[in-house]
Design a protein. Structure first.
Length: 417
């Protein structure tokens, strides 16, 4: 392959993926708007038309923003690559006369900072206009600024030494440096999964032990039935930022935690909370977390092996707007460009995720109550303004969870009379 052929391939795939994303988004908007005036039969007795219309309007607003972000993403990608943005940033750091290691580290960290800054306007719009319009935003300007500052500090404290280590390995470990980087990256990912609940998440939210004794005993009973141990059951102040409710597991090994948003506890009954938790336990029972870790680890191995080959190809740099080959330049180009080429894998990844959701629902039906889980989901669909009528093709391409009617029908089939 040469510079011209790779550039042509990149532009063709970028154009095709952009058109497909735009087309799917338009399909989704039309489908939701068409079904706005009628609640699906399966939900007619549980969700009022006004809530269904709000969910449709919220979805339509989000898909408009999605299309704007698609265009902005393409413009920024072309500006960084063919427009010479990365090349200019590389030249700036080269002019300081630092070592290769410090030049590369400074280049990468400053790139990530600039990209984060460029994302701020859309974050402001999403938080203070879109989410506020539909009654979900509870983030104050002070909280928003504080979150940005903390993320910046974490980037420096964690990202800087990690970038330096990766570049050092790329420069010093020979032809198969990518195996060393893969080992470090995998270890770092596992470390972050273990450390996040105890050391990082508390920087942004307050976590307190669940103090509802009756609910705690119900949950402990469920955990005993499932043979699951955790490092505690916590409530997070999710209402500080958003009106959306959620529950999740986090951490690895003995550092696993069960976390409920305070908004979720306010809206669901104890039996419904138990059913939601049983669903999450289903992911651990079927080892979905482990399977996802293994899958992503293999993808990262393949990606780094590909990068190891691309670094040796001068056309990879010149076709994408960089005049000089470098380790840090290759890494930046790869991270920016690879999503363009992997876009068409989204349906496969979404299908796998939806399969896991069905399995977790089936597990919940065996250890708790399918009927209570349906009740909880219906409440969450309404309170979070999740559309009940997504476009099937859009959903198949993007959604990690099954569409509401299909998921509820699957659970209803598990209800024992």
């Amino acid at each position: 392959m040469n510079e011209t052929s790779f550039l042509s391939l990149f532009l063709i795939v970028l154009g095709l993926s952009t058109l497909v994303q735009w087309w799917l988004s338009l399909r989704h908007s039309r489908f939701v708007a068409t079904h706005r005036g009628k609640v699906p039969e399966a939900f007619a007795a549980r969700i009022p038309l006004s809530a269904h219309e709000k969910a449709a309007d919220y979805t339509l607003a989000k898909t408009v923003l999605e299309r704007i972000e698609i265009v902005i993403g393409v413009v920024l990608l072309l500006a960084w690559t063919l427009g010479g943005g990365l090349n200019a940033l590389d030249g700036l750091w080269a002019s300081f006369g630092l070592s290769h290691l410090w030049t590369g580290t400074g280049f990468l960290i400053s790139l990530f900072v600039l990209m984060a800054i460029l994302d701020i306007p859309m974050g402001l719009y999403r938080t203070f206009i879109l989410e506020a319009k539909f009654g979900f935003n509870r983030t104050t300007p002070a909280t928003f600024v504080s979150d940005q500052a903390k993320q910046f500090l974490l980037l420096l404290l964690i990202g800087l030494p990690l970038a330096m280590l990766v570049l050092w390995l790329m420069e010093n470990m020979g032809q198969y440096w990518w195996l060393w980087v893969w080992a470090v990256w995998t270890g770092f990912g596992l470390l972050m999964m273990w450390a996040y609940p105890a050391f990082i998440a508390p920087l942004f939210n307050k976590f307190k032990p669940l103090d509802n004794e009756a609910l705690r005993e119900r949950i402990q009973s469920l955990l005993r039935r499932c043979g699951f141990t955790s490092n505690g059951i916590f409530v997070v102040d999710g209402s500080r930022r958003s009106g959306h409710g959620n529950a999740y597991f986090t951490g690895l090994g003995r550092n696993k935690r069960i976390v409920f948003f305070d908004t979720l506890l306010d809206s669901l009954s104890p039996t419904e909370i138990e059913a939601v938790l049983a669903h999450e336990l289903g992911h651990f029972h079927h080892r979905h977390i482990l399977k996802r870790i293994v899958t992503m680890t293999l993808f990262s191995l393949a990606g780094l092996a590909l990068l190891g080959w691309l670094i040796e190809q001068p056309w990879f740099f010149t076709a994408l707007g960089m005049q000089q080959s470098s380790l840090h330049g290759a890494l930046a180009l790869f991270l920016m460009v690879i999503p363009v080429f992997t876009f068409f894998l989204h349906p496969l990844m979404a299908w796998s995720s939806r399969k896991h959701e069905f399995e977790a629902d089936a597990f919940a039906a065996t250890v708790s109550s399918a009927e209570e889980l349906v009740k909880a989901l219906v409440k969450l669909y309404e309170e979070n303004a999740n559309t009940l009528t997504p476009d099937p093709l859009y959903s198949a391409f993007h959604d990690s969870h099954p569409p509401a009617p299909i998921r509820v029908a699957h659970l209803n089939s598990k209800v024992t009379v």
